[in-house]
Design a protein around this ligand. Structure first.
Ligand SMILES: [Fe+2]
Ligand SMILES: [Fe+2]
Length: 264
């Protein structure tokens, strides 16, 4: 990573952290942020489970076990955010119904996130299916997102007050989610170390750090073009089958500052 990219990264994560911290503290923006997290966290589960099965088939038991735990954690994270929404008497919007009422091109455009488009630039959607994805690409790209997410969750927890029950319980939940994300980042880095020489690990994680910086910039400029307007992800009420949400629009990869910014 060159120094300029490093500065951009610091600026990008600073802006992201400021926005998410502000959104989680404000009762008006909190539900939408939580909904974005719920979708991203539970949306990663099927992807991780397919990867787990693939690792097992390829004979990498160590990796299969890590991915199994990872998938279980992300499922739990999705449920934590669903629960936090329920406490506010909110739930994630019904994407199927929404899609029925919108022209097809529009829903497809919504699904393509400028962040992920830029992050995975040069890779075809086909190469990003869990059956096909290159293991090194998966480890390194997810490592960067998990590492940043772990810090973001702790920062968000730190701005929440403890004197109000909903905020206090969310604070605890965010800290535990943050700890899990730290563990995810650690095993992904270890997975890289098991397959690559040390210098190559540094190189590949640097590359994905640069991609993340560029992707954040792409996302911010898209947000500015849209005049800051993004789609709302929540509606009032509590869904009856809340614990087994299977969101359809989730991105194939992980939650991140980017994800939450987009949900803003
Ligand atoms: Fe998570
Ligand atoms: Fe994670």
């Amino acid at each position: 990573m060159n120094f300029f990219t490093y500065l951009l990264h610091l600026a990008g994560s600073g802006a992201g952290a400021y926005l998410t911290a502000r959104q989680i503290r404000d009762p008006l923006t909190r539900p939408n942020l939580l909904a974005g997290f719920q979708l991203a966290e539970s949306g990663s589960v099927p992807f991780l489970e397919t990867l787990r099965d693939r690792a097992a088939k390829e004979g990498d038991t160590w990796l299969a076990e890590k991915l199994d735990r990872h998938a279980a954690d992300e499922r739990r994270h999705g449920q934590i955010f669903a629960q936090a929404l329920k406490r506010l008497n909110k739930q994630v919007i019904d994407f199927k119904k929404l899609a029925e009422n919108q022209p097809k091109e529009k829903t497809q455009a919504n699904r393509r996130s400028p962040f992920f488009q830029a992050y995975f630039e040069g890779y075809s959607p086909e190469s990003f299916k869990p059956e096909n994805i290159d293991w090194i690409v998966f480890f390194a790209s997810t490592y960067i997102l998990e590492l940043d997410a772990s810090k973001d969750f702790v920062r968000m927890a730190n701005v929440l007050p403890e004197d109000e029950p909903n905020s206090a319980s969310l604070k605890k939940a965010l800290l535990s989610v943050g700890q899990d994300e730290t563990r995810h980042a650690a095993y992904l880095y270890e997975a890289l170390e098991r397959r690559l020489p040390a210098a190559a690990v540094v190189q590949v994680t640097d590359d994905w750090r640069v991609r993340k910086t560029n992707a954040l910039l792409a996302m911010v400029s898209n947000l500015i073009q849209k005049g800051g307007q993004t789609q709302s992800l929540v509606q009032d009420g509590v869904s009856p089958e809340m614990s087994d949400e299977k969101p359809e629009i989730a991105d194939l990869n992980e939650h991140s500052t980017a994800k939450s910014l987009e949900a803003a």
